[in-house]
Design a protein around this ligand. Sequence first.
Ligand code: NAD
Length: 326
Amino acid sequence: MNILVAGAGGFIGGHLVSRLISEGHQVRAVDKKALGDWYQIHPKAENLVLDLSLKAEAYKSTENVEWVFNLAADMGGMGFIEANKALCMLSSLINTHLLMGSVENKVKRYFFSSSACVYASWHQQTSVDIALKEDDAYPAEPEDGYGWEKLFGERMCRHFSEDFGLEVRIARYHNVYGPHGTYDGGREKAPAAACRKVHELATGAASKIQIWGDGNQVRSFTYITDCIDGTLKLMNSEYSMPLNIGSAESITIQQLYDIALKAADVSQAEFEYDFTAPQGVRGRSSENTLCRETLGWAPSVAIDEGIRLTYAWISQELNSRNNLKI
Ligand code: NAD
């Protein structure tokens, strides 16, 4: 098939292009970042630098493709989305123009990457009973900015399907992590930040580890291979409503750091807790009954294993960056 991956220079997009190429598809990989800033570049793909928030560039990207994966968005971890609500909402221009281009160019199937941030905040105020099922998004009170953009994007996909007959698939990703993503600079998410901070401790670049909040916030984290497997299973299914693609293995942020320390073979660490930093909701995890019923599958990579692989990649990156400086 001919397939467009929008946001291919990003973390999930880069892994998806890799998988699609290995399965023999022709891939058009598009991102607005300069090619040198893409996390992965696959020479077998048609790699294009385009701004998909612009109608003409979104239309051009959707020409002569059968499937569209929209993974393009201005996003980051809690530190980024709390401080950049307007920027996050501007991603609705990308989805709008890609949907319009897909109808115009008779695309067969359209994928939208939504998020656990669409879930109503009152389901997430404690660290017990935190598994979020698809119905918990309404009545709506999503994460301000980023979550509203995702909820609106989901709704837009639904109405493009109802009114124009475009086949849509919508995943609600829960905290995806793994190699070839961002680990510093302000957009990184908790698992990558934990690996970076532990690496700094292990190499003597830092004497203690700073955690945002008290460390008792509960989350589930989805390893990238599970994310890609779930994305492709959903895209190949006949299910057109939003579906959780997320691990159900929940841990506290403190436990996440303990797992990263184990991956680095560090037995002791001093922690400092920053109560002024963004902490997000109190508890959030993925409820996977619908995912299992619909796809006959659910994420399975254990957090210890995922962090072991992620830590290995991030510490290698940081080591080679430091060697370059010497
Ligand atoms: P990412 O930031 O690594 O990748 C997004 C890519 O989109 C970036 O490379 C960026 O340059 C590109 N982009 C932004 N604006 C663009 C534009 N106007 N035109 C073309 N490209 C543009 O993020 P990711 O982690 O790979 O996330 C991919 C998708 O999954 C996003 O929609 C994100 O909101 C969603 N999601 C991710 C997670 C996660 O934990 N990573 C969780 C929930 C949802």
